[in-house]
Write a protein that binds this ligand. Structure first.
Ligand code: PLP
Length: 842
């Protein structure tokens, strides 16, 4: 076996050699981007060595594999985490240093693949990291969007969207896998024919889109395995029509090609909201069908044609309902292509597919108009109808005559295909993403299904990879932890709890505090450099960073800041611990109210800056273009983590876990994983406020909440809200925030105003903030809380999450490292010393 760990000298030689061969330049002449490419391709070589080893073991072991289908994978940059997982950060940093290059300048050159909106896509990325670390064989499957999530600029206090063309300079990490390209068919009509007395269904007059996979390797920390993220790209099978081209009909000549290729052109920027758009359905089916065709092809290659063993060798996990077409598509492939009967196929599907639900928000539950499915996927539509017929038959036996209930549970009702119902009915496992969310799924969202098939339901709390979200983004804190409790926690993150006694160690606390201060300074520099914002690193850093959505209640935070401003301005004796409120949030381009909230935050920032006394204690900054890379600087610097969702609405949250792990103290509601964070750290180390989930549910049921009562009785709220529309906040355009103002007070058509209870929870939030402010003044007390948060964050490592998925749902065998043969075991050591000769890319 060749050594896979490069030493410093061979790294240096390789980089210099690559710059020479690729660019014909010396290292001194090369641009930062050219150097980035040379370094990245060196790291890649190292990964490829590992991948070959890992595939050999995988082939021999013949175990079960996981296919994790997700329409989003928010990977973030790869280079540093790859170095970290290869245990080579030190070697690379030093090698570059000796070449006169600062590694930070190289890392900055990597474009971030923004192939996700937020939490759901980032979860998929954390899962891949943990799967590789735990040596579990898996493939991530998604779409290779040419344009990821838009880049956000703030212009005149408002969000402006710009395209994110992340592939402009190529993607060093991917490899096109042409031999696995396949066809995906759309449209046409289904004919029933008889062959040898057997009824068969064939689709005719369909159109074809070619699916080309690109694989990105995901290395595990100090692990054997390298798992691929497979990204499908859409291509037209038609070549440019040269006749039309010759006739000067350029547009027509390329029209069909463009239509096919539109499928993987751009990521939909809606988070927790779906629209019944045809192109989106095409995207979902495109990557699902391509993935399933590949899965079956590979299964047959490894295990032969007996499909009955599929559930023993393959598990297909669908991340939310977006890849839910995997269900009829697998049925179709088994019946039409493999010749199985309905019952046989259906039994296999129901043992192979597992589903995770991510939200209970009604606007996020996918439903597709029947006509659209029928037109685009005629054979799948037939299969969906038959699944629905059989489901309703079964339900009729359980609930005779209960039409309302059956309509709620049906796959097809009121001319829509209900994806969540299909996923629950046809998969063997349905899980929520936190304890609370799991309970809500069983008691509310899927209450009826839970009566019929309770064995399917479970809850597995989300997690984050501590490699990226602690070791890579907060190296100083990582070193301090290793100095204090050793390195065992890296492989067993729950052992971070060994840090807990250090909360009472004054010397440790000081070190912890100093590191936080460094990270605060680092963030201040980034904000200065990127957007010219100047913040004082002695202020409390209070951060709310997540997608902009009414249920996440950035509005509650903003309104409270305005109230603080009024206290300062109207009472010359009022003081508080100086605090900078930092927001990071993209709003979906079509979500008007979310964009208005960004406007309000930017207006607040200006208002405060204009007031000489207010700006000594208060500051608001809107961080532009919140993405994984900026999160990696922002989160280690945070002291307060704002997790304000209306209880029951945030299924889990993962941002909350990242902040906690980096020693920020949470102010939040008992929602999603906040509940479990509060259990871990104890009520003394978190600021909990607001209504509980069950109270929120009762409020909706009773439907008698009137925010106007609060507006009329609470003077601070009334003043702040009035300033939204009287020209105080918006001197140049006093009417601009009118819709926001009204949304907090007035309902329409029987629904209430303030449907996320901003005003209702305000008082409780404001009191929690007051306690937080007072506690911060006591530095010892605060640092104790901060240390405790880091110490108790180990359970929120995605390693724990993946262990639970594997024990309860997937049942994969870890890839066993090859037995080191005695003679061979010494060989790599010798080999290690000499520079590794690598073939150049060409
Ligand atoms: C973790 C993460 C999220 C999810 O944050 P929540 O607070 O859980 O909504 C969104 N965006 C990015 C870039 C993240 O890293």
């Amino acid at each position: 076996m060749p050594a896979t760990k490069f030493d410093k000298e061979s790294i240096k030689n390789t980089i210099v050699g690559k710059v020479q061969r690729y660019n014909g330049l010396t290292i001194e002449e090369a641009s930062p981007h050219q150097i980035y490419k040379a370094v990245a391709s060196t790291v890649r070589d190292q990964i490829m060595h590992k991948m070959i080893e890992s595939r050999e073991v995988w082939k021999k072991q013949k175990g079960k594999s996981l296919y994790y289908l997700s329409v989003e994978f928010l990977m973030g940059r790869s280079m540093y985490c790859n170095m970290l997982n290869l245990l080579s950060t030190k070697e690379y940093t030093e090698a570059l240093e000796e070449l006169g290059i600062d590694i930070k300048d190289v890392l900055k050159e990597e474009p971030e693949p923004g192939l996700g909106n937020g939490g759901l896509g980032r979860l998929a990325a954390c899962f891949l990291d943990s799967l590789s670390c735990l040596d579990l064989p898996a493939m991530g499957c998604t779409i290779r969007y040419e344009y990821g999530l838009f880049r956000q600029k703030i212009v005149d206090g408002q969000q402006v969207e710009m395209p994110d063309s992340w592939l402009d300079n190529g993607n060093v990490w991917e490899t096109a896998m042409m031999e696995d390209a396949c066809e995906v068919h759309f449209g046409g009509h289904v004919d029933e024919i008889e062959i040898n007395g057997r009824q068969k269904f064939v689709t005719r007059d369909y159109y074809t889109v070619e699916a080309v996979p690109y694989d990105m390797p995901v290395v595990g920390y100090d692990a054997t395995i390298v798992n691929p993220l497979r990204m499908w790209s859409a291509r037209s099978p038609k070549k440019l029509d040269l006749n039309r081209f010759g006739e000067g009909r350029y547009a027509q000549a390329s029209e069909e090609i463009e239509l096919a290729e539109a499928i993987s052109k751009v990521l939909y920027p809606e988070d927790r909201h779906y629209e019944g758009k045809m192109l989106r359905l095409k995207q979902h089916y495109f990557f699902t069908s391509a993935s399933l065709q590949y899965i079956l092809k590979d299964y047959k290659k490894r295990f032969g044609n007996d499909m009955s063993k599929l559930p023993e060798k393959v598990v297909i996990h669908i991340n939310d309902t977006h890849p839910g077409m995997a269900i009829p598509e697998l049925m179709r492939l088994l019946i039409d292509e493999e010749g199985l009967g309905w019952d046989e196929a259906s039994a296999i599907v129901q043992k192979t597919i597992a589903y995770t639900n991510h939200t209970i928000l009604a606007e996020a539950l996918e439903k597709w108009p029947v006509g659209m499915v029928q037109q685009l996927l005629p054979r799948c539509y037939q299969i969906i109808c038959e699944m629905n017929r059989r489901l309703c038959e079964r339900l009729w036996n359980c609930f005779p005559g209960d039409w309302d209930r059956i309509a709620r549970m049906a796959i097809i009702s009121y001319d829509n295909v209900h994806m969540a119902n299909m996923c629950v009915a046809m998969s063997y496992s349905v899980n929520g993403v936190s304890k609370l969310h799991g309970e809500i799924l069983k008691e509310e969202t899927f209450h009826d299904f839970n009566l019929v098939m309770p064995e399917k339901f479970s809850a597995i709390t989300n997690g984050i990879t501590h490699r990226r979200w602690l070791m890579s983004c907060n190296p100083e804190l990582t070193d301090l932890i290793c100095e204090s409790i050793g390195t065992g926690w890296i492989k067993e993150p729950q052992r971070l709890s060994e840090l807990r006694p250090f909360a009472d160690d004054a010397a440790f606390r000081e070190k912890f505090g100093k590191i936080k201060q460094h990270n605060k300074e680092r963030l201040a520099e980034m904000l200065k450099e990127r957007q010219g914002a100047v913040i004082d690193p002695s202020f409390i850093y209070d951060v709310q960073a997540k997608r902009l959505h009414e249920y996440k209640r950035q509005m509650l935070n903003a309104l409270h800041i305005l109230v603080l401003y009024n206290r300062i301005v109207n009472d010359e004796h009022f003081t508080m611990e100086p605090r900078v409120f930092i927001f990071g949030a993209k709003a979906s381009p079509g979500y008007y109210r979310a964009k208005q909230i960004i406007r309000m935050i930017c207006a607040l920032s200006e208002l405060i800056d204009k007031h000489p006394r207010a700006r000594k204690m208060l500051k608001v900054v809107f961080l532009e273009n919140y993405d994984v890379s900026s999160a990696e600087v922002l989160i280690p610097a945070a002291e307060v983590s704002e997790q304000l969702s209306t209880a029951s609405k945030e299924a889990s949250g993962t941002g909350n876990m990242k902040f906690m792990m980096n020693g920020a103290v949470t102010i939040g509601t008992l929602d999603g994983a906040n509940v479990e964070i509060s259990e871990q750290v104890g009520m003394d180390n978190i600021y909990i406020f607001g209504m509980r989930a069950d109270t929120v549910r009762d409020m909706y049921r009773e439907n008698n909440y009137n925010p106007m009562n609060i507006f009329e009785t609470n003077q601070e709220i009334r003043l702040a809200m009035t300033q939204m529309i009287d020209g105080t906040l918006m001197p140049n355009n006093p009417a601009a925030l009118q819709d926001l103002y009204h949304s907090l007070l007035l309902g329409s058509w029987g629904s209430m105003g303030d449907s996320y209870f901003v005003l209702k929870d305000f008082g409780s939030y404001s009191m929690a903030q007051r306690r937080l402010n007072n506690d911060y003044a006591n530095r010892d007390k605060w640092l104790k809380m901060a240390v405790t948060n880091t110490a108790m964050s180990g359970v929120f490592s995605s390693d724990r999450t993946i262990h639970e998925y594997n024990d309860q749902i997937w049942h994969l065998e870890p890839l066993r490292k090859p037995e080191p043969q005695k003679e061979a075991a010494d060989a790599p050591k010798k080999e290690k010393a000499k520079p590794v000769r690598l073939k150049s890319g060409k």
